[in-house]
Design a protein. Structure first.
Length: 237
């Protein structure tokens, strides 16, 4: 399974299961999850942070049974401390501050002799360029080999940047590669890819906002392109 999809899906499922029905992630929520992945935040840290954030929210609203409370209390008839959360504060972004606090605690616990961001960026550039060298050497398609060579030249320009910036720029290069390859296909091939991507969203799409649907469609479109054209990931999974 595509690692990006697996990471996003696990966080999405965990949050939506805990928060209850009638909720869907916004594009802002998806961007937040992607930012955590770029930063290398382990899934278990996020799951723990989400659970603690929701537990705290429930404790703060537990006594607000029997009508609206302005700030998003529990609705009339909801059992205390159990079931889905109702009222306000339903987006993942709403809970980002307590989740970030959990991330900070994790970083502090594991901060023994951590290299600085620039050193991590240097190592990341070296890892990616070495990976690209192997991809270029083994790629049989001349067009793809040329594209990978151009990407390697771009990555070599990222020396001296923080690792978060390197991650973001390499992800942009990966997305540009998908976009350029998609546009190079004929109309029938493009529609076939989009149709497969839509089928991967399936029934869940009707519960998404238009922004979330478009983001999911792009994610699955990239996955289909990667599978059909055998596109390599620039960052090792």
């Amino acid at each position: 399974m595509n690692e990006d999809r697996s990471y996003v899906r696990e966080i999405e499922r965990y949050f939506l299961t805990a928060i209850g029905r009638g909720v869907m992630l916004s594009s802002k929520d998806y961007e937040l999850i992607q930012s955590w992945k770029r930063r290398g935040v382990p899934r278990e840290v996020l799951l723990r942070g989400i659970q603690r954030a929701l537990d705290d929210y429930k404790r703060r609203t537990e006594g607000m049974v029997g009508g609206t409370t302005g700030g998003g209390g529990m609705e009339r008839g909801e059992a205390k401390g159990t079931g889905a959360i109702k009222g306000g504060g339903k987006s993942l972004y709403y809970f980002s501050e307590p989740i970030e606090n959990e991330i900070k605690s994790y970083v502090m616990r594991s901060a023994v002799s951590q290299p600085n961001a620039e050193d991590r960026g240097e190592r990341l550039v070296e890892e990616i360029t070495e990976r690209l060298a192997g991809i270029i050497a083994s790629e049989q398609n001349p067009d793809l080999r040329g594209r990978y060579s151009e990407i390697r030249d771009r990555v070599l320009e990222y020396h001296g940047l923080d690792d978060d910036i390197v991650y973001r720029r390499v992800e942009e290069l990966q997305q540009s590669l998908y976009d350029e390859l998609f546009e190079s296909l004929n109309e029938a091939e493009r529609e076939s890819i989009l149709e497969e991507a839509r089928s991967m969203i399936h029934m869940g799409g009707k519960y998404m906002t238009p922004e979330a649907y478009e983001q999911s469609l792009l994610l699955y479109r990239n996955q289909v392109i990667g599978q059909r054209l055998k596109i390599k990931k620039l960052i090792a999974e």
